[in-house]
Design a protein around this ligand. Structure first.
Ligand SMILES: [Fe+2]
Ligand SMILES: [Fe+2]
Length: 309
C-alpha cells in the first residue's frame, strides 16, 4: 500500500496536561511507580517533535480531500482507488453487498463507485486503514480484533443516530470508526517504548487504566496530525466527556451516545445495559424521543447480534 506523511509542518496543539497526568497517577491504585513511567512515556511520546504516528495511506488522504470538495469526478475517484488493490476490492465487495445491490451485480470499479458515492468510498478506505494500520498492535492481537469490530459497529451506530436525528453529516461513520482508535495507539506507544518493555509485554490488565485514561487525547492528537476535520478531532477527544468540548458539537454528543450504546450491547466491552435509558440525560441532550431511544437500543442490540454471527 502506498503511504505518505500528511503535512509534516502541521503539529497538533493537543497535549496531555500536567493536571491530567497527576489525576491519572492518583487513580492508579496499584503500582504508582509504573503509572508514573507509563503516563510520562505516553505524554512525551505524543508531544515529541519526532513522534511518527502510523501513516495515513495516500488513498485515504486523497479520498478525504475529494469527499470534502464534493466536485470530484467519478473518474478521478476511480484513478485513486485503483492505485490501492485492497481498497478497490473492498469497494467492489461493498457495492455488491446485500445493502447496496438491490439490482444487478456491479463488475467494474467505476460502476461500484457510482453506486456507493464518494462519501462511502472514503469510509471504505478508512475501514481498511483501521484494519491494516490502526488496530494492529503486535502482542495484543485478540484485543485488536475486538476493537476493530467495535469500531465498525460504532461507525454504523453513529450513522444511524444521525439518520434518526435527521442530522446530515457525512462524517458520522468516520467519527464512530475512529472514536476509540486512541486505545490501539496507546498500546502502540507502549510496545514501542523500550524501557516499558524491558520485562516483556505488559499484560493488558496492567496497562488498561492508561488506555482508558489517555485514549481520547491520544486518538485526537493523531487525527489532528493526520489533518482530519476538527469535528472528528473533537468527537474523538471528548467522547467520554462531551461537556469538556469547547465547541459543544452535536457530533461529539452523537459519539458519546454511540459509546453508551456499544457498552449497552456489549460490543468491544462486557455488556453493561443502561439503567432507565428513557431517563438518561445524554439522550435528552440529543433531543431523542422515548421511541427513538428504544429504536436505537434495539438497533445496537441487532448490530451486536450480527457481529457474533
Ligand atoms: Fe472511548
Ligand atoms: Fe468506545
Amino acid at each position: 500500500m502506498t503511504t505518505k506523511r500528511t503535512d509534516s509542518s502541521h503539529r497538533s496543539h493537543i497535549t496531555i496536561s500536567e493536571m491530567d497526568l497527576i489525576k491519572f497517577i492518583k487513580r492508579s491504585w496499584g503500582d504508582e511507580t509504573f503509572a508514573k513511567r507509563l503516563g510520562w512515556a505516553i505524554k512525551t511520546t505524543i508531544e515529541s517533535k519526532t513522534y511518527k504516528p502510523p501513516l495515513l495511506p495516500e488513498t485515504a488522504v486523497r479520498l478525504s480531500e475529494m469527499a470534502s470538495r464534493r466536485d470530484c469526478d467519478v473518474r478521478d475517484v476511480e484513478n485513486v482507488v485503483k492505485q490501492d488493490p485492497i481498497v478497490a476490492a473492498h469497494v467492489l465487495s461493498v457495492a455488491n453487498s446485500a445493502f447496496y445491490s438491490r439490482r444487478s451485480p456491479t463488475r467494474t470499479l467505476k460502476a461500484a463507485i457510482t453506486r456507493l458515492g464518494i462519501t462511502t468510498v472514503r469510509d471504505v478506505a478508512f475501514k481498511v486503514v483501521a484494519q491494516t494500520q490502526i488496530f494492529k498492535v503486535p502482542g495484543y492481537v485478540d484485543r485488536m480484533r475486538e476493537l476493530f469490530q467495535a469500531a465498525q459497529a460504532a461507525g454504523t451506530i453513529a450513522k444511524q443516530i444521525c439518520r434518526i436525528l435527521r442530522f446530515e453529516s457525512e462524517l458520522a461513520y468516520l467519527c464512530g470508526l475512529l472514536h476509540d482508535m486512541g486505545e490501539a495507539m496507546v498500546l502502540n506507544i507502549i510496545t514501542n517504548n523500550e524501557p516499558l518493555m524491558v520485562d516483556g509485554l505488559p499484560p493488558l490488565s496492567a496497562v488498561e487504566p492508561a488506555v482508558t485514561f489517555f485514549h481520547g487525547t491520544v486518538g485526537a492528537r493523531i487525527c489532528d496530525l493526520w489533518g482530519l476535520p476538527p469535528l472528528i478531532v473533537d468527537a474523538v477527544r471528548f467522547h467520554h466527556q462531551p461537556e469538556r468540548s469547547a465547541n459543544s458539537s452535536q457530533m461529539t454528543l452523537v459519539v458519546a451516545v454511540t459509546d453508551m450504546l456499544l457498552k449497552h450491547a456489549g460490543i468491544g466491552v462486557p455488556p453493561e445495559p443502561i439503567e432507565d435509558p428513557l431517563e438518561h440525560p445524554r439522550f435528552f441532550e440529543l433531543n431523542l424521543s422515548p421511541n427513538q431511544v428504544k429504536d436505537l437500543l434495539a438497533f445496537a442490540e441487532n448490530v451486536a447480534e450480527s457481529e457474533g454471527e
